[in-house]
Design a protein around this ligand. Structure first.
Ligand code: NAD
Length: 336
């Protein structure tokens, strides 16, 4: 089985070579992201393996179909970048890694809260420069605060568990409330109430038509002044321009982002010698109370190992003609 692995980085190569000792598949490690300009690189392969910022829309899928590619293997959980319906119509199977380490992402979200609240990002630089002033570094006790969790799937539930350890009051919103989580004291409420009452809001729902810009200008206006807002899920859950307005007005007190709605042109690349063209992103970077990491929440040894192993298991299962539990089907994805 020949697989074209797009968006390859050194860590991808290392993890997949390790996992492949069991499978002996043939890989083409390709650095470019998949899009309509690079799709030709998939010629001669049975499958393509993609990450969060590869773009696999209907046009790309039609090209893949023409080349005889039979499988799209996502090495991530989110699948908003693949037109699953178009793939299904083209007879291409789509598989993903629904769970690798919810701890990696949940712990990163908590890290963003801690750094922003206690201003570690500023303190680190100050102390290195011999500036031992505490001005501007005042934080708040997390104990007793209200934390709002949007999306209580695997990551959201782990996040709730960690935040419960801080003795917080936990509010949650999900289309499908989890009874087990509710029995631990997490209170499911309407999204409007969560926005209105939470001191800290963390987003853990997928990006769908319904959740696109779920945090927009109107939503921000209903939040507590000075709210801490954390997004480790998908960038387009937050309207970045509205977030900038909210930061300027002081309505948003802290903003922690591991994802950004236009991250495809930025993240995972070293652009340190280039002029960043995205003015919204650059403006976000100017705030002292904004912390951006470049989609690294998943990036732990445990998660990366599981990603590679599960991706190859998925490919082997599909290749053998067996039913794959991690297959995405339009009926489940789009609810039709
Ligand atoms: P999951 O499928 O286990 O949970 C998602 C939850 O969101 C489910 O409980 C679902 O019912 C809920 N949901 C769906 N639509 C909703 C809506 N409109 N409003 C509220 N809740 C809704 O997924 P997960 O493994 O917990 O991952 C969550 C998201 O985290 C993924 O979709 C992905 O985008 C993101 N993610 C980011 C990274 C990273 O490195 N930053 C890594 C992995 C996953």
């Amino acid at each position: 089985m020949k697989i074209a692995i797009f968006s390859t980085k050194e860590w991808v190569r290392e993890a997949f070579d390790r996992a492949n000792k069991k499978h002996h598949m043939e890989f083409s490690y390709l650095e470019p992201r998949l899009n309509i300009d690079t799709v030709g690189l998939a010629a001669g392969h049975d499958a393509v393996c993609l990450f969060a910022n590869d773009s696999c829309d209907a046009e790309v899928i039609a090209s893949l179909q023409g080349m005889g590619v039979r499988t799209i293997a996502l090495r991530c959980a989110g699948f908003n970048n693949v037109d699953v319906r178009a793939a299904s119509a083209a007879g291409i199977t789509v598989v993903r890694v629904p769970a690798y380490s919810p701890y990696s992402v949940a712990e990163h979200a908590v890290g963003l809260i801690m750094v922003l609240n206690r201003r570690y990002h500023r303190a680190y630089n100050r102390v290195r420069e011999g500036n031992f002033s505490l001005d501007g570094l005042m934080g708040f006790d997390i104990r007793g605060k209200t934390v709002g969790v949007v999306g209580t799937g695997q990551i959201g539930r782990v996040f709730c568990g960690i935040m419960a350890g801080f003795s917080t009051r936990l509010l949650a919103y999900d289309l499908f409330p989890n009874e087990e989580l509710a029995s631990t004291g997490v209170e499911y409420v309407a999204l409007e109430r969560l926005f209105a009452e939470a001191d800290i809001i963390s987003l853990h729902c997928p990006l769908t038509r319904d959740t696109h810009h779920v945090v927009d200008r109107d939503a921000i206006a209903t939040m507590k002044p000075g709210v801490t807002l954390i997004n480790t899920s998908r960038g387009a859950l937050i309207d970045s321009v509205a977030a900038i307005e909210g930061l300027k007005q002081g309505q948003i007190g802290n903003l922690g982002l591991d994802v950004y709605e236009e991250e495809e042109d930025l993240f995972f690349e070293d652009l340190s010698g280039q002029v960043i063209q995205d003015d919204v992103f650059v403006r976000l970077q100017t705030f002292p109370n904004v912390l951006i990491t470049a989609h690294q929440a998943f990036f732990t040894t445990e998660a990366v190992t599981t990603i590679a192993e599960t991706t190859l298991e998925n490919l082997a299962t599909v290749h053998a003609g067996r039913d794959c539990a991690n297959r995405l089907v339009p009926e489940k994805v789009y609810g039709t």
